[in-house]
Design a protein around this ligand. Structure first.
Ligand code: ADP
Ligand code: MG
Ligand code: MG
Ligand code: MG
Length: 632
């Protein structure tokens, strides 16, 4: 997560009055850093991953697997461990809080370097983190890298340990008690302020996976339809919950999902824009191949990825901004100082524009961009290139959601708090990260669409593949610009069930900058493995590695990662989403009705743990060589 200031948070009504102040100073802070750091060049391609875990507590006697809400305790123990750790920088690790009180995030203690050896450090470092968490939780608890906990928010039995009733004033959820939210005041405030700004609870309807005996239409019998304690409660009855869908009504359903992110440092600001742009067309494709979340609130879903669920879970737009009510009504909830306008997307969504100001980049940014025109003009007049000015003017149409009363007045030449307030609550597929003050860190780009994988071998494979692809794109000078509207269409397709087999995706036919920039539709297999006329990402990466002086041993290790991505993309190996769905469907207690009972959930999670530890093999899912990659 972004910054975690301590202090007294303002209610939405108070915060709304200060939105112009935060925006104004946020932009000054950005400009201050840009003036200080805009000219830096030749920074090395340092990089690092972020992995999120859920802490599952198993009870063998009752055959239940629930979420443990001991985040604070576990983190405080881990903090002590980190303080006493190895001095070898590649072995240092760091842990962070996350939105869910059942979650933990880990990163390397220091970024990896840009050498092949640096790429090969990541898996061991991930393993150290996993093992360290494992050692510091209770015997019955386990950190698991699963993207969506299948029974988060069920109503037929408890799903957390300890259990609480869902009647929280922050989320108003029918399913998730506020006690599942990180207790740091920022998080319940964020939850409440999103709901207040929006003027209603968030509402997410995930299509249910229709199995042989799933009722049709499916009207969820587990929704407490009759609850009547919050103003929205009748909503669930009157249209918020759709037939044939799994209805979710709280931020925690989205922010409670885990993902894998990679941040990399660019040589300069211009290089950062270039890398950001070139990776945009890749975002939906690596998400599809990493698909790992086919289950929500005790049901199998007809989607494989978390993306739209988080997007809906933090959608703070008013009805008018979403375009489902006439303009004007939003003044009830919105800041009277923030001009009302239609906003096409949630704050959590795919990026809307390229960052370079070249003719090609500008032409392919074919989405009408909602912008704060005053900010755009000011940034341009201050010297920012037009596309970059437009990008920040677009992020800054959003209101700051959490403001601490102690941190309203800041020194714009040294603080980045107001900037980060808005930047870090624009959760897009890519994030352009300016350096902090001080000069020790450069311009960075974060790749955010991937789902977290069950094992560190896979998490390392996706991270390393992304890094190799980025370097190959840079070294070989490929040009991947394609219309943003088609990238958005690809994002929608990438989340569909079994997208690797069922979908086709737009992509540039030729990657040569001077060629005609025509797109065509390709399967995931074609995109990754290539065809007679289409280069393919895997051959590109291999060709790039061929041009380097890599030892046979290192190359063999890199090839294991590349082979895994190729196998997932071609369908030779299943995605985690397909593997999980198939496991549930084959379970003896499964009634072919899409329901994931406590018993199935317990066995599934036990099984996934056994797979991760190499106690059982999963030949459809992991290669034989996984045996050599088990975290110990
Ligand atoms: P956030 O949650 O804001 O995305 P984190 O601090 O959790 O940020 O993670 C950022 C990642 O960036 C970590 O893996 C970290 O090791 C890595 N990182 C740190 N410094 C640099 C740097 N100079 N260049 C590239 N990556 C870096
Ligand atoms: Mg995180
Ligand atoms: Mg983080
Ligand atoms: Mg991150």
């Amino acid at each position: 997560m972004g910054l975690l200031s301590l202090g007294t948070p303002l209610s939405w009504e108070q915060a709304a009055q200060l939105a112009p102040h935060v925006r104004k100073h946020g932009i000054e802070q950005l400009l201050s850093v840009w003036r200080e750091q805009g000219g830096r060049s030749d920074d090395p391609m340092l990089w690092g991953d972020e992995i999120e875990y859920v802490i599952v507590v198993f009870d063998e006697a009752t055959k239940t697997a629930r979420l443990s809400l001991r985040q604070e305790k576990i983190l405080s123990v881990l903090e002590t461990c980190c303080a006493q750790e190895s001095v070898d920088p590649t072995e240092r690790v760091t842990f962070h809080p996350e939105y869910g009180r059942f979650m933990i995030e880990s990163t390397p203690g220091a970024p990896f370097d840009s050498t092949i050896a640096g790429l090969l450090d990541v898996e061991r470092n991930m393993q150290l983190r996993r093992v360290l968490i494992r050692k510091n939780v209770e015997e019955t608890e386990l950190p698991m890298t699963i993207t969506s906990f299948p029974r988060l928010g069920v109503t037929d039995a408890p799903f957390t340990e300890p259990a609480y009733e869902a009647n929280g004033t922050a989320s108003h959820s029918l399913f998730l008690p506020d006690e599942v939210i990180n207790t740091h005041v920022r998080f319940p405030t964020l939850t409440a302020n999103i709901r207040t700004r929006r003027g209603s609870k968030v509402a997410i309807n995930v299509p249910i996976y229709k199995d042989e005996k799933t009722p049709s239409p499916f009207i969820d019998p587990t929704i407490p339809w009759d609850r009547d304690i919050f103003p929205e409660d009748p909503d669930a009855k009157n249209g918020a919950a759709l037939e044939d869908h799994i209805y979710l009504d709280a931020m925690g359903f989205g922010m409670g999902c885990c993902c894998l992110q990679v941040t990399l440092q660019a040589a300069s600001i211009r290089d950062a824009c270039h890398i950001y742009d070139q990776l945009i067309p890749i975002t939906p494709l690596l998400m599809a191949v990493s698909a790992a979340s086919p289950a929500y609130r005790g049901y199998l879903a007809d989607v494989d990825c978390r993306w739209n669920i988080i997007s809906g879970a933090v959608d703070d737009r008013t009805a008018a901004e979403r375009g489902v009510a006439p303009m004007g009504q939003e003044q009830l909830h919105n800041s009277p100082l923030t001009p009302a306008r239609r906003l096409r997307k949630s704050r959590y969504a795919a990026v809307d524009s390229y960052l370079s100001s070249t003719e090609t980049a500008v032409r392919n940014s074919d989405q009408p961009l909602e912008k704060d025109e005053e900010i755009e003009a000011y940034l341009q007049a201050s010297g920012l290139e037009p596309a970059l000015a437009a990008h920040f003017a677009h992020l800054f149409i959003r209101d700051p959601l959490v403001i601490f009363s102690e941190r309203i007045e800041q020194e714009d030449s040294s603080s980045m708090d107001h900037f980060e307030n808005i930047q870090s609550t624009n959760w897009q597929t890519m994030r352009f990260k300016p350096p902090p003050h001080g000069g020790h860190i450069g311009w960075r780009v974060e790749f955010r669409p991937m789902e977290v994988q069950l094992t560190d071998f896979e998490n390392a494979a996706f991270s390393v593949f992304l890094m190799l692809l980025t370097r190959a794109i840079k070294a070989l000078g490929t040009d991947l610009y394609m219309p943003i509207t088609q990238v958005d269409e690809n994002m929608a397709r990438a989340q569909k069930r079994d997208a690797v087999h069922s979908q086709k995706f737009f992509f540039r036919r030729s990657w040569v900058p001077s060629d005609v920039q025509e797109t065509k539709e390709y399967s995931v297999s074609e995109l990754f493995l290539g065809t007679d006329e289409f280069p393919g990402f895997v051959p590109l990466v291999r060709r790039y590695l061929d041009s380097l002086d890599v030892t046979a041993g290192d190359r063999a290790r890199l090839d294991e990662y590349i082979d895994l991505i190729a196998a997932r993309a071609s369908g030779t190996l299943q995605t985690a989403a397909t593997y999980i769905r198939d496991y549930v469907r084959a379970h003896p207690a499964y009634r072919k009705d899409s329901v994931i009972s406590e018993e199935i959930n317990y066995d599934l999670l036990r099984h996934l743990d056994d797979v991760e530890r190499g106690r059982v093999t999963a030949p459809n899912f992991l290669p034989e060589s996984y045996a050599g990659h088990i975290a110990t």
